[in-house]
Design a protein around this ligand. Structure first.
Ligand code: BTN
Length: 306
């Protein structure tokens, strides 16, 4: 209902009487008033006068009603342990394809290889639950799609040159602006769900413990709308996931990467490898040329550009 009330206020751009809202939505004037009070508590600047209500400004909040086309599939929590935890529960309980779990902050945000992902207010933290009808082998492509689409969305919205680093980081001028973590469950040969968790430094200031990180606010010098970025990214990502684009994603991703043709160190749970990153295979494994001239494929790991 709050979304519908906001829609009326936004469309009108002037004062709208409580009576007009109540008859358009078929609810009582008291109920309209209660919803408006709640919206004011959430930070919406709504002027109330004897003539009616006028929306002066909206805060950068991520409540489902801010995403009218996908309202039923967005779940916002002001604070969670990790959106990955909530998303896994939702997925196991059968939530639909492209359900999104968003958090204002996380107190146990997770990064790849069991690292912590610091998740203070101002950043964007969300996990998208996907149910593509593909085999687990092809599931890595979904992560490459996520990082590529996010880099392209950032470049379209802002005056920056976002690039992808293997496997799924997004860098701007060598500094990390976003990281992606995914979890998959499969039955037999078909994926049950792939949860793609994305953290983006937006209006938060990365701490001294993350010297190679940067936020969009630091790059642009002003506050950025998380709402708009999330909305644009989800639209672009959904189009890609539901289309044939996934077949070509590795080729496309390679055009945006800063990892290929350079000397890298790869750290996995059980080994450290160094060599030249010469290519990616069709599923996104990195092909390294080692010092002795042999090549080796690496499926996962941390990559350090040297
Ligand atoms: C990495 O670069 O190591 C991956 C970071 C992924 C962070 C995101 S924030 C939303 C989702 N919830 C988490 O706990 N982690 C991912």
């Amino acid at each position: 209902m709050k979304g519908k009330i906001l829609k009326i206020l936004k469309a009108e751009q002037g004062v709208v009487s409580g009576e007009a809202i109540s008859s358009e939505l078929g609810i009582s004037r008291v109920s309209v008033w209660k919803h408006l009070q709640k919206l004011q508590e959430f930070g919406y600047n709504i002027d109330a006068s004897p003539m009616g209500y006028r929306l002066i400004s909206s805060p950068d909040v991520l409540f489902p009603w801010e995403f009218p086309d996908r309202e039923r599939k967005i779940h916002f929590f002001p604070e969670v342990t990790s959106t990955m935890d909530i998303a896994r529960d939702f997925a196991r309980k059968g939530c639909p394809h492209f359900t999104v779990v968003v958090a204002g902050c996380q107190n146990r945000g997770r990064g790849r290889l069991k690292r912590t992902w610091l998740s203070s207010q101002g950043g964007l933290y969300f996990t998208t639950i996907l149910r593509p009808q593909i085999s687990p082998v092809l599931s890595l492509r979904v992560n490459f799609a996520a990082s590529l689409i996010l880099a392209q969305t950032l470049n379209n919205m802002f005056d920056i040159n976002a690039r992808v680093k293997w496997p799924n980081d997004i860098l701007v001028d060598g500094r990390k602006i976003s990281g992606i973590l995914s979890e998959i469950e499969a039955e037999a040969d078909i994926v049950s769900f792939i949860n793609v968790g994305i953290g983006i430094n937006i209006n938060n200031d990365p701490t001294d413990s993350e010297p190679k990180a940067v936020s969009l606010k630091q790059l642009s010098g002003s506050e950025i709308s998380r709402k708009r970025l999330l909305s644009d990214f989800l639209d672009n990502f959904e189009k890609c996931i539901n289309s044939k684009a996934l077949d070509n994603i590795i080729q496309e991703w390679k055009k945006y990467t800063v990892t290929l043709n350079r000397y890298v160190k790869i750290v996995t749970h059980h080994e450290v490898l160094e060599g030249i990153a010469v290519d990616l295979d069709e599923n996104g494994a990195l092909i390294l040329e080692l010092a002795d001239g042999s090549t080796k494929k690496v499926l996962y790991g941390d990559c350090f550009h040297k």
